[in-house]
Design a protein around this ligand. Sequence first.
Ligand code: HEC
Length: 156
Amino acid sequence: MSILRNIALAATTTAIIGAGAAVAQDNFKFPLKARQGQMAIIAMNLGALGAMAKGEMEYDAAVAQAAADNLVAVSTIGQGALWPEGSDGEAIEGTTAKSTIWSDNADFLAKWGDFGKNATAMAAAAGGGLDSLRPAMGGLGGTCKACHDKFRIPKE
Ligand code: HEC
């Protein structure tokens, strides 16, 4: 094979691989937006509860209850379609998801279930005053860390 043909072949191969990655990136556009969006909803509502617990925001039973109810609502969203295999941060751009999500999927889903259980406990506690809200914070916040530590690529 001539050198020129080799170069042409290499260029074509690179282009095909490049196009494949672009297609994968495009297929994953909505799952990425959806799962990162649900995390943003979670973070906003947890943030409000945390600020009240720390006394940085005035406690308001209705606001606390609404925040906890939102967390419960998000926890009921089926996660399957949001995490298509191959949409991890080692394979594509724009995500910090780790491939352990699929190699240890049962644990990933169990950790999502733990988040749901603790969100439900918070929903039972949040409207009952700060003394009721505060003890529910630790368990709930711990479910974020437990999942992120194992299933998220740490930021450098
Ligand atoms: C079962 C696993 C799991 C649980 C539970 C979980 N997360 Fe996440 N979270 C992830 C993964 C995986 C990512 C990376 C998603 C991506 O980049 O595609 C993420 C990303 C995020 C992000 C960044 C979103 C973005 O725009 O890049 C925030 C903020 C976040 N999580 C907050 C929370 C908070 C707050 C909690 C707990 C109340 C929580 N998460 C619970 C797995 C989880």
